[in-house]
Design a protein. Structure first.
Lengths: 1291, 140
């Protein structure tokens, strides 16, 4: 801790509580000194502070002590009066304004960091002009009537030697009429020490006259009291002072002019004069006076008797008329005398004496209720305690007391309270009680805003100085102070305080406060004309989505106003409006992988990879292949960059989000790219952009080709408007036109046409194009946006014409794959692979159809007979070798589509092709196509075959058909058995089966057929026997007798049947006990013709591996809606279902229904060896109890093992079907009496539109033969039936 | 009347701040809450001599401003609860009860598995609970 004397308060007291010397001089004296640009007083001022005067002093006690530091205060007589309040106020304002202008240049720089502020030394934290201001503030109170230290101690009378009758002038000067009123009206003692000074101007006065006048003076006023001062010794008046002593006192005039006529000797003379004046005259005089007063007071006031007397006397005065203001005390009253004694003692640094005097007088004033005087004395006591380093508590108590007493006086006391507060705060600061000091500053804020602003700012610095620093309060007080400054139009100061406040709030998340600070400082910077800094600050408030709409509007409006005022289009790195979601950044480009459509580009790479495994040249084979060759050809640094082809665009998807409630227009959104012709030209762009930098447009520079004047790539520009809170995915493209290295550096956009935002991608992690790229784990984010552009290559474009999005199960379509090569170079060696060969089968010849579909499939259309496909095991379809495409030619290839099973399906096609000699880097490309199909359930068939009891070769077939379609009707056309073994015939005429000729929606139909095994018993060889083809088909329609039947042994029906067989049956080996059926139906009519533009022509339903035996102890059905319409954007959809179970056995059956929520990624089902798992065979149960899960024959031909797989997950072809959950009970147990039925309610919830297969449940049954016989029980598990539910989005 | 309640994280980041006044004084209340953090820090660093307050989460009256009284509460995880009220004579027990309820509501809110610790509390349920507590407090 600093010693009190050396603290700033100590220094202040030394300066401010020091003897006053009244100066009286003639106009000629002033004139002499004005030659130096200084008044007489100003000339003397620098020499009134004595740091080591070394004068022995003896006041009251016997002990002598030496005074070291001493100060005199000089005042012209005319200034010895209480300053005018208004003038003082203006003066203070001037001080502040000046300080503000001085700081102006600093405001441009960035705000300081909080750590910087804290690491500053204590003295540098607060601006220095505060001390000056405080001093000025204290001076406004000088010469108050309740204090004595401003009473002049001495009087300096100055006359020039040029004056006429100098002696008379001296007398005139101290004429009582011209003395200050304070001296005349008795507030101050007019009998003071007089000193006479004769000024001799060496430039224009003669020495003789001067010496004559001097001797005359000496004889008149006494030898000791007179002095001579010779000045202006320099004739030319151009002396320059190295360390100009006046510079610090007068700043407005250029400092080097000051004192130009004064030589070094002159200055020494002035110095000596003042030193002598102080040490020889003033100090001894004061000493003398102190001793006198002390004696006098000891006599009248000290001692018990005097005190009692005094007390009694004061009591008598109690009923004075004006008790609030207290009595007036003249200088001669005892009270004033004591006060003078105290103040003189204080000025002579005898604090003991001062304290005792103050203590004595303090009680008197209190009794007199002279509150102002009382407070003044208390104040001095506090200071005396402090400076003499005595009791801290006492000092503080006194200051507090003084302060509150002043405050009690109301408005008149406030000024005094302010001064008292300033001293008190200084005192606390000197003792490191900064927090308390701050609260004192806060208390003296008052009502005047400018004053309050300064005080609040000082308070704020106190909070920094507290240990530990109270930064929150620091910030708050700065903000308060700034607001006050702004109210007084002190914008510079307001900016300064807010600038410091920013350092507090910058790194916090107190966005409300932060926005306020940044917004206002931005506005203020705009007021002072620093628009660029204003914009910089305003940028911080743009992302203010949490503010109210009105606030956002104000923010934006002001922001754009300021931006306009700057007069140029700023480019802002890291503009927060709109917000760019970097995680959404997705780069889509094509190297050897090309995409037919946007949708296919978004498919996961792994799907494509697994699809392409067979057709593209192997990557990992140890043999030297083209790819290793490629890696040798490629310079190493290219290896990590992606490859793209000149002329083909690289697309970047980026999401823009408007955080505000106001809609914003965003224009000219484009990428920032660099294209270097080769690797040598590519300079490393190390312009690591800072988070928010501001400058004129520079990003456009990037977008110029580095090699030549014209742009070597083209960029797309997008304009759009973002509504409040809206998000938009924007696709930006860059198309390089030359080879080289392309780098996507960032994105730029224009906000409301006035400011350019730039966002650089480098510094952020990019998920990027790693959607593709098998080298993705090696890619760094920057590399991900770097492309090696190679020479342009042929690119195959492909579409499938008229591929329906929605079709019925079984629907057979003829489609055309249209391939186009727009470039000149030929492509060859085409191969195609299809993800679902069950659904799609490519044709064999280019444009093979001459007859219209579907008639071409009919029998007798001999030209279309196609040989059976021999090699269907590999799903790769190789186009014939002679197919090559070149020069804007197109290839149309037929494709058969058959919707095998209901559900939502993703079809993937990949077409591989090779180019000739075009690029060493890329020798082949693949075209990837992706289509989504929605397959609606149509007819559901099931077959049950019962052996004829009489004829071994004959079987009765029952066919159950249910039209599961939503509204459409179907005509049944034909039923065929596959293979040559079984002949089929109708049992009833067709008309009796279906009189209406078409099957309406929801209608079920059963009809019976007879099949006959035509194979000779014992002969296994199928080839030996042949059956007329007509016997394997049954016509199921009556009209148009001439209409031919469809030929099922020809492609595509035959090939589709092959794949049906293999996907429906686990074992490829044909069991002798199974029959395959193909039901061909036609579309009858649509209830809503406009809804389905492309009507299905024929539908084929294949049912394979129908076993000859069946039976079951349980039968059940699931009832519920087939199709529902629901608005999924609002809520999920709950669907109620009902299960009816019938116990067909004789025993009581207890059935447990377990539902399984299918998870999309659940494990694949366990393979089961037999038909069933989880049931025990019990010998007592009759043969008919032997359970097969498929009650309806083969349940669409699904073998049990594939049914098992439904437990875990939906069938493979439905992988894109969204999940649903069973929302009712997950397990229900019921007892069913023999031959009775029961109903169980079920419920599912679906979340998105789609077609759902609700077969994911199991029935566990347990059957007891007799009611209480526990021994003879059997149990088993039944899988759920397929039940398709179409949930559609309602409009 | 309670005019403002706030939850401030252990890094002095605001987690939840809600004012209950009609006037547009959000900024002022934010400042008051922000400032009171200094007082809390001071309280925590220089605990009162009396041993009973050692494990006390309730920090008592932080500071009286001209029109408001600010109370604080510090949880074990150094999350601060701040209450700004305009009532001039407030019983400590009432405030204690308030904070206890508030703490419970906070614990419920952060126990939500979807809540990210250290991020703003966005739970509508929490907001509702808090306003209920504040409402019931006003009636006492």
């Amino acid at each position: 801790m600093v010693e009190p004397v050396n603290s700033s308060l100590g220094k202040m007291l030394l300066e401010e509580v020091s003897p006053v010397v009244m100066v009286l001089c003639t106009p000629l004296v002033e004139e002499t000194f004005l030659k130096n640009g200084l008044s007489f007083l100003e000339t003397l001022k620098p020499f009134c502070n004595f740091s080591n005067i070394d004068v022995p002093v003896r006041t009251s006690g016997d002990q002598l002590y030496r005074l070291k530091k001493f100060t005199l205060r000089l005042f012209y007589a005319s200034d010895i009066r209480q300053p005018n309040v208004e003038v003082a106020k203006q003066r203070l304002e001037h001080v502040i304004t000046q300080a503000g202008e001085k700081d102006f240049q600093e405001l441009k720089s960035d705000p300081p960091q909080i750590t910087e502020i804290l690491s500053n030394p204590e003295s540098e934290i607060a601006p220095t002009w505060f001390q000056y201001y405080n001093k000025e503030l204290i001076r406004t109170l000088s010469f108050s009537d309740h204090e004595a230290f401003d009473h002049p101690v001495a009087c300096l009378l100055v006359v020039s030697s040029k004056d006429e009758e100098p002696i008379n002038k001296f007398v005139d000067l101290f004429n009582t009429n011209r003395l200050p009123s304070l001296l005349n009206d008795g507030a101050m003692d007019p009998k003071i020490l007089k000193h006479f000074l004769l000024v001799h101007d060496n430039q224009d006065a003669t020495t003789e006259r001067t010496s004559k006048v001097l001797s005359e003076m000496r004889s008149t006023f006494g030898n000791n009291e007179c002095n001579l001062l010779c000045t202006n010794s320099s004739k030319e008046g151009n002396v320059e002072h190295q360390a100009n002593p006046w510079a610090s006192f007068k700043s407005s005039v250029s400092a080097d002019k000051l004192g130009c006529a004064l030589t070094g000797d002159d200055i020494v003379e002035i110095k000596d004069l003042m030193q002598e004046f102080a040490s020889r005259h003033i100090i001894p005089y004061m000493e003398q006076k102190v001793r006198e007063l002390n004696q006098q007071i000891s006599a009248t006031r000290k001692g018990l008797r005097n005190q009692i007397k005094n007390l009694w006397w004061r009591k008598g005065k109690d009923d004075g008329p004006d008790s609030t203001k207290g009595p007036m005390y003249t200088f001669s009253s005892t009270e004033s005398q004591i006060r003078i004694l105290g103040d003189y003692a204080f000025m002579l640094h005898d604090y003991e004496l001062a304290l005792s005097s103050y203590r004595l007088i303090s009680t008197d004033y209190k009794l007199d209720k002279a509150w102002k005087h009382y407070a003044g004395v208390q104040e001095m006591m506090g200071l005396a305690y402090f400076i003499s380093d005595q009791s801290k508590k006492e000092a503080e108590y006194c200051m507090e007391n003084a302060f509150s007493t002043y405050m009690k006086l109301g408005k008149s006391g406030f000024q005094n309270a302010t001064r008292c507060g300033l001293w008190w705060a200084e005192m606390l600061k000197a003792r490191d009680q900064h927090k308390e000091a701050a609260s004192v500053y806060f208390r003296i804020c008052g009502e005047e805003p400018l004053h309050a602003a300064v005080m609040l700012e000082q308070a704020s610095y106190c909070f920094v100085l507290t240990k530990p620093p109270m930064l929150h309060k620091y910030g708050f007080h700065l903000v308060l102070s700034g607001d006050h400054y702004k109210n007084c139009d002190q914008v510079n100061h307001a900016i300064r305080t807010y600038r410091s406040a920013i350092s507090v709030y910058k790194s916090t998340t107190w966005s409300h406060i932060k926005d306020h600070v940044y917004f206002h400082i931005g506005q203020w910077y705009a007021i002072v004309g620093m628009h660029d800094v204003a914009v910089k600050n305003m940028l911080k408030v743009l992302d203010c989505g949490y503010q109210s709409k009105a606030t956002q509007e104000i923010f934006l409006r002001d922001f754009f106003d300021i931006v306009k005022k700057t007069g140029m289009k700023h480019e802002v790195v890291g503009l927060q409006l709109p917000v760019i979601s970097i995680s959404s950044l997705q780069v889509i480009y094509e190297d050897h992988r090309t995409y037919a459509s946007q949708a296919s580009a978004l498919v996961e790479e792994s799907i494509w990879q697994s699809l392409e495994d067979d057709i593209i040249p192997s990557l990992n084979s140890g043999k030297s292949n083209w790819l290793e060759l490629q890696s040798k050809l490629l310079p190493k640094k290219y290896k990590e960059s992606n490859v793209c082809v000149a002329g083909e665009s690289v697309k970047v998807d980026l999401e823009f989000r408007n955080p505000l409630l106001i809609s914003t227009s965003i224009t000219s959104v484009s990428l920032i790219c660099e294209l270097a012709a080769n690797s040598d030209d590519l300079k490393l762009v190390d312009k690591e952009p800072s988070s928010s930098s501001l400058g004129p447009q520079s990003s456009t520079e990037h977008n110029q080709g580095t090699t030549s004047g014209f742009s070597s790539f083209t960029l797309s520009e997008v304009d759009f408007t973002l509504g409040g809170g809206e998000k938009k995915m924007v696709r930006l493209t860059v198309t390089p036109s030359e080879e080289g290295i392309l780098k996507v550096v960032g994105v730029r956009w224009e906000l409301s046409g006035s400011i350019v935002g730039v966002h650089y991608f480098q510094s952020v992690p990019v998920k990027a194009n790693t959607t593709k790229g098998r080298r993705k784990n090696k890619l760094t984010p920057t590399d991900a946006l770097k492309f090696l552009v190679i020479k342009s290559l042929p690119r195959l474009e492909g579409t499938i014409d008229h591929l329906p999005e929605e079709l019925y199960a079984g629907d057979l379509r003829y489609l055309v794959l249209d391939l186009k090569n727009k470039s000149e170079s030929p492509i060859k060696n085409l191969k195609m692979k299809i993800s679902h060969p069950r659904f799609v089968s490519p044709g064999n010849h280019e444009e093979e159809l001459t007859t219209e579909f579907p008639d071409c499939l009919k029998k007798g259309d001999e030209q279309n007979i196609v040989q059976h496909e021999t090699n269907r095991t590999s799903s790769v379809f190789a186009f014939p070798k002679d197919v090559s495409l070149q020069g804007d030619k197109s290839l149309r290839w037929p494709i058969w589509l058959r919707a095998a099973i209901p559900g939502t399906l993703s079809l993937y096609f990949t077409i591989y092709y090779e180019m000739d000699n075009v690029s060493s880097i890329m020798k082949y490309r693949t075209l990837r196509m992706h289509y989504n199909l929605q397959v609606l359930p149509s007819l559901q068939t099931s077959f049950e075959i019962t052996p004829s009891p009489s004829r071994l070769q004959e079987f009765l077939v029952r066919m159950d058909i249910v039209n599961c379609a939503n509204s459409d009707c179907f005509q049944i056309h034909q039923l065929s058995t596959v293979g040559c073994r079984w002949s089929i015939s109708l049992l009833q005429p067709v008309d009796t089966i279906l009189p209406s000729k078409s099957l309406l929606a929801g209608q079920a139909l059963s009809c019976f057929f007879m099949i006959k095994d035509c194979r000779k018993s014992g002969t296994e060889d199928e080839k030996t026997m042949s059956l007329p083809a007509s016997q394997t088909d049954v016509k199921l329609f009556t009209q148009d007798d001439d209409e031919k039947l469809f030929d099922i042994v020809n492609s595509p029906l035959a090939s589709f049947h092959e794949s049906e067989r293999s996907s429906q049956g686990a074992s490829t080996r044909a069991s002798p006990n199974t029959v395959d059926f193909i039901l061909i139906s036609r579309f009858a009519k649509s209830s809503n013709p406009s809804a389905v533009p492309d009507l299905p022509k024929i539908l084929s339903h294949h049912s394979c591996h129908n076993s000859i035996r069946t039976s079951s102890p349980l039968s059940w059905s699931l009832d519920g809606p087939q199709t529902i319409h629901h608005d999924f954007s609002t809520s999920l959809c709950e669907i109620k279902l009902k299960m009816v179970i019938r116990n067909t056995s004789d025993g009581v059956s207890s059935v447990t229904i377990n539902t399984n929520d299918c998870l999309p990624d659940a494990a694949v089902a366990t393979p089961s060896s037999g038909n069933q798992s989880g049931w025990r065979y019990i010998p007592t149960v009759t043969e008919e109890m032997k359970l097969t899960s498929d009650v309806m024959g083969s349940r669409l031909g699904k073998p049990p093992s594939s049914m098992e797989s439904r437990l875990g997950k939906p069938p493979s072809s439905m992988e894109s079907s969204p999940p649903f959950i069973w929302s009712g009970l997950s397990s229900t147990k019921v007892q069913i009496q023999p031959l009775s039925t029961t109903e169980i309610p079920l419920q599912i919830s679906v979340f998105s539109p789609g077609i759902y297969d609700l077969s994911s449940y199991k029935l566990n049954w347990e059957l007891s033969e007799h009611e209480n016989a526990s021994s003879s029980t059997s149990s088993g598990t039944c899988q759920g039936y397929p039940y398709y539910l179409a949930a559609l989005q309602s409009e | 009347m309670i005019v403002c309640v706030a939850v401030v994280g252990h890094q002095n980041n605001p987690l939840y701040i809600q004012s209950f006044t009609d006037a547009d004084d959000a900024l002022k209340l934010h400042h008051i809450v922000h400032c009171s953090l200094d007082v809390i820090e001071e309280r925590v660093n220089n605990p009162k001599k009396s041993g009973t307050t050692l494990n006390e989460a309730f920090l008592g009256l932080l500071y009286p401003t001209l029109n408001y009284k600010v109370y604080g509460y510090l949880t074990n995880t150094k999350v601060k609860f701040i209450l700004v009220t305009t009532d001039l004579d407030v019983r400590d027990t009432d405030v204690r009860t308030f904070f206890r309820k508030f703490h419970a509501a906070y614990v419920d809110a952060v126990s939500n598995p979807f809540h990210v610790p250290g991020k703003r509390i966005t739970s509508r349920n929490f907001a509702q609970t808090v306003s209920n507590i504040v409402g019931s407090y006003g009636l006492n």
